[in-house]
Design a binder for this molecule. Structure first.
Ligand SMILES: [Zn+2]
Length: 82
């Protein structure tokens, strides 16, 4: 190790030791009820389905129909059967 790199390490160390105000820390533990009521909106809802106007297959909204390749009544993708 040469002198220049040792100097750089010493500088960064002193930066962390004496750096102004302490971090903000919560005063109390958040209760289980408060955590639970926040997460009451986190449940995942089922995907909204519509029926394709051309082949009437159930398709998620804003998605090209996988059966006929139609979106908004217009052919967008060529569907290849395998
Ligand atoms: Zn379709």
């Amino acid at each position: 190790m040469d002198d220049s790199s040792r100097d750089r390490n010493k500088l960064s160390g002193s930066q962390f030791q004496h750096s102004g105000d302490p971090m903000a820390v919560p005063k109390r533990k958040q209760s289980n009820a408060r955590t639970g009521s926040r997460r009451s909106h986190h449940a995942k809802k089922p995907r909204q389905l519509t029926f394709c106007p051309k082949c009437s297959t159930a398709v998620p909204t804003h998605v090209v129909c996988p059966t006929c390749g139609t979106y908004m009544g217009r052919k967008v993708v060529e569907v290849t059967e395998s």
